[in-house]
Design a protein. Sequence first.
Length: 451
Amino acid sequence: MNNLELWQSVLSQMQFNISKANFATWFQNTEIISKEDGRVIISVPNAFSKEWLSNKYNKLILKILRATDESIKDIDFIIKIQPQKNSNKKIPLNLEKVNDSQLKFDEFKINKDTNLNPRYTFGNFVVGSFNELAHAAALSVTDNPGFNYNPLFIYGGTGLGKTHLIEAIGNKISEDAKNKKVKYISSEKFVAGIVSAIRANNMESFKAVLAPIDVLILDDIQFIAGKNKSQEEFFHIFNSLYEKNKQIILSSDRPPNAIPELEDRLRSRFEGGMIADVSLPDYETRLVILKTKAQEKEIEIPEKILEYIAENVKKNIRELEGALNKVLACQRLGQSLSMDNVKKALSGFIFSPFDVANYKKIIETVAKFYNLEEKNLFDPTRKKEIVKPRQIAMFLLRKELKYSFPAIARKFGGKDHTTAIYAYKKILQENEENNKLTEELNLIKQRIYSG
Protein backbone atom coordinates (compact mmCIF):
# COMPACT_ATOMS: atom_id res chain seq x y z
CA MET A 1 0.00 0.00 0.00
CA ASN A 2 1.55 3.32 -1.08
CA ASN A 3 1.33 6.60 0.88
CA LEU A 4 -1.72 7.87 -1.02
CA GLU A 5 -3.67 4.65 -0.48
CA LEU A 6 -2.64 4.53 3.18
CA TRP A 7 -3.86 8.07 3.84
CA GLN A 8 -7.10 7.49 1.93
CA SER A 9 -7.69 4.51 4.22
CA VAL A 10 -7.15 6.75 7.26
CA LEU A 11 -9.48 9.45 5.93
CA SER A 12 -12.26 7.00 5.15
CA GLN A 13 -12.16 5.71 8.74
CA MET A 14 -11.83 9.16 10.31
CA GLN A 15 -15.14 10.15 8.75
CA PHE A 16 -16.87 7.54 10.89
CA ASN A 17 -15.23 8.79 14.09
CA ILE A 18 -15.67 12.58 13.91
CA SER A 19 -18.32 15.02 12.71
CA LYS A 20 -18.56 16.07 9.08
CA ALA A 21 -17.82 19.67 10.07
CA ASN A 22 -14.59 18.79 11.88
CA PHE A 23 -13.50 16.44 9.12
CA ALA A 24 -14.00 19.14 6.47
CA THR A 25 -12.14 21.70 8.57
CA TRP A 26 -9.10 19.79 9.80
CA PHE A 27 -8.40 17.10 7.17
CA GLN A 28 -8.64 19.19 4.03
CA ASN A 29 -5.33 19.47 2.12
CA THR A 30 -3.57 16.83 4.25
CA GLU A 31 -1.49 13.89 3.00
CA ILE A 32 1.25 11.44 3.94
CA ILE A 33 4.52 12.61 2.43
CA SER A 34 6.83 9.94 3.85
CA LYS A 35 6.90 6.64 5.76
CA GLU A 36 10.32 5.52 6.94
CA ASP A 37 11.59 3.47 9.88
CA GLY A 38 8.14 3.23 11.44
CA ARG A 39 7.61 7.00 11.33
CA VAL A 40 4.88 8.60 9.20
CA ILE A 41 5.12 12.29 8.24
CA ILE A 42 1.80 13.98 7.46
CA SER A 43 1.66 17.39 5.76
CA VAL A 44 -0.94 19.97 6.84
CA PRO A 45 -1.76 23.37 5.29
CA ASN A 46 -1.08 25.65 8.27
CA ALA A 47 0.08 25.93 11.87
CA PHE A 48 -3.32 25.77 13.52
CA SER A 49 -4.22 22.60 11.59
CA LYS A 50 -0.96 21.11 12.83
CA GLU A 51 -1.75 22.15 16.40
CA TRP A 52 -5.30 20.80 16.29
CA LEU A 53 -4.43 17.46 14.68
CA SER A 54 -1.49 16.95 17.05
CA ASN A 55 -3.57 17.62 20.15
CA LYS A 56 -6.96 16.22 19.21
CA TYR A 57 -6.51 13.43 16.69
CA ASN A 58 -2.94 12.20 17.08
CA LYS A 59 -3.85 9.03 18.97
CA LEU A 60 -6.79 8.18 16.74
CA ILE A 61 -4.79 8.65 13.51
CA LEU A 62 -1.93 6.56 14.89
CA LYS A 63 -4.35 3.82 15.98
CA ILE A 64 -5.88 3.62 12.49
CA LEU A 65 -2.45 3.60 10.83
CA ARG A 66 -1.15 0.83 13.10
CA ALA A 67 -4.25 -1.25 12.42
CA THR A 68 -3.34 -1.04 8.73
CA ASP A 69 0.43 -1.34 9.11
CA GLU A 70 1.88 -2.69 12.37
CA SER A 71 5.35 -1.37 11.55
CA ILE A 72 4.18 2.22 12.12
CA LYS A 73 5.25 3.41 15.58
CA ASP A 74 4.93 7.19 15.47
CA ILE A 75 3.53 10.09 13.44
CA ASP A 76 4.48 13.71 13.00
CA PHE A 77 2.97 16.72 11.24
CA ILE A 78 4.72 19.33 9.11
CA ILE A 79 3.34 22.44 7.44
CA LYS A 80 3.11 22.51 3.66
CA ILE A 81 1.74 25.81 2.39
CA GLN A 82 -1.08 25.38 -0.13
CA PRO A 83 -1.20 27.53 -3.30
CA GLN A 84 -3.81 30.27 -3.07
CA LYS A 85 -6.90 29.96 -5.25
CA ASN A 86 -7.37 32.69 -7.87
CA SER A 87 -3.71 33.57 -7.41
CA ASN A 88 -3.70 34.97 -10.96
CA LYS A 89 -5.88 37.85 -9.84
CA LYS A 90 -4.01 41.10 -9.63
CA ILE A 91 -3.80 42.54 -6.14
CA PRO A 92 -2.74 46.15 -5.63
CA LEU A 93 0.81 46.17 -4.31
CA ASN A 94 -0.10 48.30 -1.33
CA LEU A 95 -2.51 45.61 -0.17
CA GLU A 96 -0.22 42.61 -0.68
CA LYS A 97 2.03 43.43 2.24
CA VAL A 98 1.23 45.68 5.14
CA ASN A 99 4.04 47.51 6.87
CA ASP A 100 5.13 45.59 9.96
CA SER A 101 4.63 48.69 12.09
CA GLN A 102 0.86 48.58 11.79
CA LEU A 103 -1.95 46.07 12.05
CA LYS A 104 -3.65 44.70 8.96
CA PHE A 105 -7.00 46.16 8.01
CA ASP A 106 -8.25 43.55 5.51
CA GLU A 107 -11.77 43.93 6.87
CA PHE A 108 -12.18 47.14 4.86
CA LYS A 109 -11.72 45.38 1.51
CA ILE A 110 -15.40 44.86 0.78
CA ASN A 111 -16.63 43.40 -2.52
CA LYS A 112 -18.76 46.17 -4.04
CA ASP A 113 -21.06 43.76 -5.89
CA THR A 114 -21.88 41.44 -2.98
CA ASN A 115 -21.05 43.66 0.04
CA LEU A 116 -19.11 40.65 1.34
CA ASN A 117 -15.77 40.83 3.12
CA PRO A 118 -13.43 38.41 1.27
CA ARG A 119 -11.55 37.94 4.55
CA TYR A 120 -14.44 35.84 5.88
CA THR A 121 -14.00 32.30 4.57
CA PHE A 122 -14.54 28.75 5.80
CA GLY A 123 -10.78 28.26 5.61
CA ASN A 124 -10.09 30.63 8.50
CA PHE A 125 -13.23 29.84 10.49
CA VAL A 126 -12.31 27.80 13.57
CA VAL A 127 -14.78 25.01 14.33
CA GLY A 128 -15.45 23.75 17.84
CA SER A 129 -18.29 22.26 19.84
CA PHE A 130 -19.68 25.77 20.34
CA ASN A 131 -20.42 26.31 16.62
CA GLU A 132 -20.25 22.86 15.05
CA LEU A 133 -23.92 22.60 14.07
CA ALA A 134 -24.02 26.11 12.60
CA HIS A 135 -20.86 25.41 10.60
CA ALA A 136 -22.18 22.10 9.25
CA ALA A 137 -25.48 23.73 8.24
CA ALA A 138 -23.61 26.58 6.55
CA LEU A 139 -21.50 24.14 4.50
CA SER A 140 -24.62 22.23 3.51
CA VAL A 141 -26.22 25.44 2.21
CA THR A 142 -23.24 26.09 -0.08
CA ASP A 143 -23.71 22.65 -1.66
CA ASN A 144 -27.27 23.37 -2.78
CA PRO A 145 -28.39 26.99 -2.21
CA GLY A 146 -32.14 27.43 -1.94
CA PHE A 147 -32.84 23.78 -1.19
CA ASN A 148 -30.70 22.72 1.79
CA TYR A 149 -31.93 24.59 4.87
CA ASN A 150 -33.92 27.52 3.56
CA PRO A 151 -33.98 29.84 5.37
CA LEU A 152 -30.83 29.29 7.45
CA PHE A 153 -31.13 31.15 10.76
CA ILE A 154 -27.97 31.47 12.88
CA TYR A 155 -28.09 33.11 16.29
CA GLY A 156 -25.77 33.82 19.20
CA GLY A 157 -24.18 36.55 21.29
CA THR A 158 -22.08 39.46 20.08
CA GLY A 159 -18.63 38.73 18.70
CA LEU A 160 -18.97 34.95 18.42
CA GLY A 161 -18.48 34.66 14.65
CA LYS A 162 -22.02 34.80 13.23
CA THR A 163 -21.13 37.43 10.64
CA HIS A 164 -17.95 35.54 9.68
CA LEU A 165 -19.96 32.38 9.09
CA ILE A 166 -22.81 33.85 7.06
CA GLU A 167 -20.40 35.87 4.92
CA ALA A 168 -18.29 32.74 4.40
CA ILE A 169 -21.38 31.11 2.88
CA GLY A 170 -21.78 34.01 0.47
CA ASN A 171 -18.10 34.01 -0.50
CA LYS A 172 -18.11 30.24 -1.09
CA ILE A 173 -21.23 30.37 -3.26
CA SER A 174 -19.84 33.35 -5.23
CA GLU A 175 -16.61 31.44 -5.83
CA ASP A 176 -18.23 28.11 -6.78
CA ALA A 177 -21.21 29.40 -8.75
CA LYS A 178 -20.24 32.52 -10.72
CA ASN A 179 -23.78 32.85 -12.09
CA LYS A 180 -25.29 33.18 -8.60
CA LYS A 181 -26.05 36.74 -7.51
CA VAL A 182 -25.23 37.07 -3.80
CA LYS A 183 -25.99 40.10 -1.62
CA TYR A 184 -25.11 40.75 2.02
CA ILE A 185 -27.01 43.53 3.81
CA SER A 186 -27.16 44.56 7.45
CA SER A 187 -30.77 44.61 8.67
CA GLU A 188 -30.35 48.23 9.72
CA LYS A 189 -29.53 49.25 6.15
CA PHE A 190 -32.24 46.95 4.82
CA VAL A 191 -34.89 48.60 7.00
CA ALA A 192 -33.56 52.05 6.06
CA GLY A 193 -33.98 51.08 2.41
CA ILE A 194 -37.57 49.96 2.98
CA VAL A 195 -38.41 53.17 4.87
CA SER A 196 -36.85 55.30 2.14
CA ALA A 197 -38.79 53.42 -0.55
CA ILE A 198 -42.07 53.82 1.34
CA ARG A 199 -41.50 57.56 1.76
CA ALA A 200 -40.65 57.96 -1.92
CA ASN A 201 -43.61 55.79 -2.89
CA ASN A 202 -41.43 53.47 -4.99
CA MET A 203 -41.58 50.21 -3.05
CA GLU A 204 -41.94 48.24 -6.27
CA SER A 205 -38.62 49.59 -7.51
CA PHE A 206 -36.98 48.51 -4.24
CA LYS A 207 -38.38 44.99 -4.65
CA ALA A 208 -37.29 44.92 -8.29
CA VAL A 209 -33.68 45.49 -7.21
CA LEU A 210 -33.89 42.46 -4.89
CA ALA A 211 -35.71 40.20 -7.35
CA PRO A 212 -32.59 38.96 -9.27
CA ILE A 213 -30.77 38.03 -6.05
CA ASP A 214 -30.10 34.29 -5.67
CA VAL A 215 -28.71 34.45 -2.11
CA LEU A 216 -29.88 37.15 0.31
CA ILE A 217 -27.89 37.43 3.54
CA LEU A 218 -29.36 39.64 6.29
CA ASP A 219 -27.32 40.28 9.44
CA ASP A 220 -28.95 41.12 12.81
CA ILE A 221 -32.52 40.45 11.71
CA GLN A 222 -33.77 41.24 15.24
CA PHE A 223 -33.44 44.89 14.21
CA ILE A 224 -36.63 44.53 12.18
CA ALA A 225 -38.75 43.68 15.26
CA GLY A 226 -41.29 46.31 16.26
CA LYS A 227 -41.18 48.03 12.86
CA ASN A 228 -44.58 46.99 11.57
CA LYS A 229 -44.45 48.41 8.04
CA SER A 230 -40.91 47.11 7.49
CA GLN A 231 -41.96 43.66 8.71
CA GLU A 232 -44.92 43.67 6.34
CA GLU A 233 -42.78 44.55 3.32
CA PHE A 234 -40.06 42.09 4.32
CA PHE A 235 -42.68 39.36 4.63
CA HIS A 236 -43.62 39.86 0.96
CA ILE A 237 -39.97 40.07 -0.13
CA PHE A 238 -39.19 36.88 1.81
CA ASN A 239 -42.09 35.01 0.22
CA SER A 240 -41.16 36.18 -3.28
CA LEU A 241 -37.57 34.95 -2.94
CA TYR A 242 -38.50 31.74 -1.12
CA GLU A 243 -41.08 30.72 -3.75
CA LYS A 244 -38.37 30.98 -6.41
CA ASN A 245 -36.02 28.78 -4.33
CA LYS A 246 -33.68 31.66 -3.65
CA GLN A 247 -31.53 31.11 -0.56
CA ILE A 248 -32.20 33.30 2.49
CA ILE A 249 -29.65 33.47 5.32
CA LEU A 250 -30.38 35.34 8.55
CA SER A 251 -28.45 36.07 11.72
CA SER A 252 -29.71 37.32 15.08
CA ASP A 253 -28.64 37.71 18.67
CA ARG A 254 -31.41 35.31 19.72
CA PRO A 255 -33.68 32.60 18.24
CA PRO A 256 -36.91 33.62 16.45
CA ASN A 257 -39.16 32.65 19.38
CA ALA A 258 -37.24 35.00 21.68
CA ILE A 259 -37.42 38.11 19.47
CA PRO A 260 -40.06 40.41 21.01
CA GLU A 261 -42.47 42.23 18.69
CA LEU A 262 -41.66 39.94 15.78
CA GLU A 263 -44.79 39.18 13.78
CA ASP A 264 -45.99 35.60 14.08
CA ARG A 265 -46.02 35.08 10.33
CA LEU A 266 -42.33 36.07 10.09
CA ARG A 267 -41.44 33.96 13.12
CA SER A 268 -43.15 31.03 11.43
CA ARG A 269 -41.15 31.59 8.22
CA PHE A 270 -37.86 31.82 10.13
CA GLU A 271 -38.60 28.61 12.03
CA GLY A 272 -39.49 26.78 8.80
CA GLY A 273 -35.86 26.26 7.85
CA MET A 274 -32.78 25.46 9.92
CA ILE A 275 -32.01 27.21 13.22
CA ALA A 276 -28.49 26.83 14.65
CA ASP A 277 -26.78 28.59 17.52
CA VAL A 278 -23.23 29.81 18.10
CA SER A 279 -22.24 29.87 21.77
CA LEU A 280 -19.10 30.72 23.76
CA PRO A 281 -15.89 28.90 22.75
CA ASP A 282 -14.09 26.75 25.32
CA TYR A 283 -10.45 27.24 26.35
CA GLU A 284 -9.04 24.82 23.78
CA THR A 285 -10.89 26.53 20.93
CA ARG A 286 -9.95 30.01 22.18
CA LEU A 287 -6.30 28.98 22.02
CA VAL A 288 -6.65 27.71 18.44
CA ILE A 289 -8.43 30.95 17.46
CA LEU A 290 -5.56 33.02 18.88
CA LYS A 291 -2.99 30.95 17.00
CA THR A 292 -5.04 31.35 13.83
CA LYS A 293 -5.17 35.14 14.25
CA ALA A 294 -1.46 35.32 15.00
CA GLN A 295 -0.69 33.29 11.89
CA GLU A 296 -2.91 35.55 9.75
CA LYS A 297 -0.95 38.55 11.01
CA GLU A 298 2.33 36.70 10.39
CA ILE A 299 3.43 37.31 13.97
CA GLU A 300 5.05 34.84 16.36
CA ILE A 301 3.77 35.02 19.94
CA PRO A 302 5.19 32.83 22.72
CA GLU A 303 2.95 29.88 23.58
CA LYS A 304 2.69 30.89 27.25
CA ILE A 305 1.34 34.34 26.25
CA LEU A 306 -1.34 32.86 24.01
CA GLU A 307 -2.29 30.39 26.75
CA TYR A 308 -2.59 33.25 29.25
CA ILE A 309 -4.91 35.19 26.93
CA ALA A 310 -7.03 32.10 26.17
CA GLU A 311 -7.32 31.29 29.87
CA ASN A 312 -8.38 34.77 30.93
CA VAL A 313 -10.26 36.41 28.04
CA LYS A 314 -13.52 34.47 27.83
CA LYS A 315 -16.13 36.92 26.56
CA ASN A 316 -16.10 36.33 22.82
CA ILE A 317 -13.91 35.97 19.74
CA ARG A 318 -13.89 39.71 19.08
CA GLU A 319 -12.55 40.31 22.58
CA LEU A 320 -9.87 37.66 22.04
CA GLU A 321 -8.65 39.40 18.89
CA GLY A 322 -8.74 42.75 20.69
CA ALA A 323 -6.51 41.35 23.45
CA LEU A 324 -4.12 39.90 20.87
CA ASN A 325 -3.94 43.25 19.05
CA LYS A 326 -3.17 45.00 22.33
CA VAL A 327 -0.24 42.65 22.93
CA LEU A 328 1.02 43.18 19.37
CA ALA A 329 0.76 46.96 19.76
CA CYS A 330 2.88 46.80 22.93
CA GLN A 331 5.44 44.66 21.12
CA ARG A 332 5.67 47.19 18.29
CA LEU A 333 6.25 49.93 20.82
CA GLY A 334 9.39 48.09 21.85
CA GLN A 335 8.10 46.39 24.99
CA SER A 336 9.26 42.86 25.66
CA LEU A 337 6.57 40.18 25.79
CA SER A 338 7.25 39.29 29.40
CA MET A 339 4.34 37.92 31.37
CA ASP A 340 4.34 41.02 33.62
CA ASN A 341 4.09 43.36 30.62
CA VAL A 342 1.33 41.29 29.05
CA LYS A 343 -0.68 41.20 32.27
CA LYS A 344 -0.35 44.96 32.60
CA ALA A 345 -1.37 45.54 28.97
CA LEU A 346 -4.42 43.28 29.27
CA SER A 347 -5.66 44.47 32.66
CA GLY A 348 -8.60 46.20 30.99
CA PHE A 349 -9.64 42.98 29.28
CA ILE A 350 -9.06 40.52 32.08
CA PHE A 351 -10.12 42.52 35.08
CA SER A 352 -13.09 44.16 33.41
CA PRO A 353 -16.03 44.79 35.77
CA PHE A 354 -18.24 43.04 33.24
CA ASP A 355 -16.56 39.74 34.06
CA VAL A 356 -18.49 39.67 37.33
CA ALA A 357 -22.27 39.78 37.55
CA ASN A 358 -23.76 42.50 39.73
CA TYR A 359 -27.21 43.81 40.57
CA LYS A 360 -27.12 46.71 38.10
CA LYS A 361 -25.91 44.48 35.26
CA ILE A 362 -28.66 41.91 35.83
CA ILE A 363 -31.45 44.51 35.89
CA GLU A 364 -30.07 46.31 32.85
CA THR A 365 -29.62 43.09 30.82
CA VAL A 366 -33.04 41.61 31.63
CA ALA A 367 -34.79 44.89 30.78
CA LYS A 368 -32.92 45.28 27.51
CA PHE A 369 -33.49 41.64 26.52
CA TYR A 370 -37.26 42.08 26.80
CA ASN A 371 -37.28 45.58 25.24
CA LEU A 372 -38.29 47.26 28.49
CA GLU A 373 -37.00 50.22 30.44
CA GLU A 374 -35.34 49.29 33.71
CA LYS A 375 -38.00 51.13 35.71
CA ASN A 376 -40.67 48.87 34.15
CA LEU A 377 -39.35 45.91 36.16
CA PHE A 378 -40.33 47.72 39.36
CA ASP A 379 -43.84 48.78 38.23
CA PRO A 380 -46.60 47.41 40.51
CA THR A 381 -48.41 45.74 37.61
CA ARG A 382 -49.56 42.22 36.80
CA LYS A 383 -49.13 42.57 33.04
CA LYS A 384 -47.60 39.39 31.65
CA GLU A 385 -44.99 41.28 29.62
CA ILE A 386 -43.70 42.83 32.90
CA VAL A 387 -44.29 40.01 35.40
CA LYS A 388 -42.17 37.41 33.59
CA PRO A 389 -39.05 39.63 33.16
CA ARG A 390 -39.40 40.77 36.81
CA GLN A 391 -39.52 37.15 38.00
CA ILE A 392 -36.47 36.33 35.87
CA ALA A 393 -34.57 39.26 37.38
CA MET A 394 -35.45 38.00 40.89
CA PHE A 395 -34.42 34.47 39.91
CA LEU A 396 -31.02 35.64 38.63
CA LEU A 397 -30.34 37.77 41.70
CA ARG A 398 -30.86 34.66 43.80
CA LYS A 399 -29.15 32.17 41.48
CA GLU A 400 -26.15 34.23 40.34
CA LEU A 401 -25.54 36.64 43.24
CA LYS A 402 -26.92 34.51 46.12
CA TYR A 403 -29.11 37.39 47.35
CA SER A 404 -31.41 36.49 50.23
CA PHE A 405 -35.13 36.55 49.47
CA PRO A 406 -35.78 39.51 51.86
CA ALA A 407 -32.95 41.42 50.12
CA ILE A 408 -34.51 40.73 46.71
CA ALA A 409 -37.89 41.88 48.02
CA ARG A 410 -36.37 45.15 49.25
CA LYS A 411 -34.79 45.76 45.85
CA PHE A 412 -38.24 45.50 44.29
CA GLY A 413 -39.95 48.11 46.41
CA GLY A 414 -40.36 46.31 49.72
CA LYS A 415 -42.48 43.47 48.39
CA ASP A 416 -43.07 40.58 50.79
CA HIS A 417 -40.19 38.11 50.57
CA THR A 418 -42.64 35.34 49.73
CA THR A 419 -43.11 37.06 46.34
CA ALA A 420 -39.39 36.62 45.68
CA ILE A 421 -39.55 32.97 46.79
CA TYR A 422 -42.52 32.36 44.47
CA ALA A 423 -40.72 34.01 41.52
CA TYR A 424 -37.58 31.95 42.09
CA LYS A 425 -39.43 28.64 42.35
CA LYS A 426 -41.64 29.42 39.36
CA ILE A 427 -38.73 30.23 37.04
CA LEU A 428 -36.73 27.27 38.39
CA GLN A 429 -39.58 24.88 37.59
CA GLU A 430 -40.34 26.40 34.19
CA ASN A 431 -36.64 26.25 33.32
CA GLU A 432 -36.76 22.47 33.76
CA GLU A 433 -39.91 22.10 31.66
CA ASN A 434 -39.70 24.85 29.04
CA ASN A 435 -36.87 24.75 26.48
CA LYS A 436 -37.75 28.25 25.27
CA LEU A 437 -37.25 29.73 28.74
CA THR A 438 -34.00 27.78 29.18
CA GLU A 439 -32.73 29.27 25.95
CA GLU A 440 -33.72 32.78 27.02
CA LEU A 441 -32.02 32.39 30.41
CA ASN A 442 -28.83 31.15 28.74
CA LEU A 443 -28.78 34.12 26.37
CA ILE A 444 -29.41 36.58 29.21
CA LYS A 445 -26.62 35.07 31.33
CA GLN A 446 -24.30 35.12 28.37
CA ARG A 447 -24.92 38.87 28.01
CA ILE A 448 -24.48 39.49 31.73
CA TYR A 449 -21.06 37.86 31.76
CA SER A 450 -19.89 39.03 28.35
CA GLY A 451 -20.53 42.74 28.87
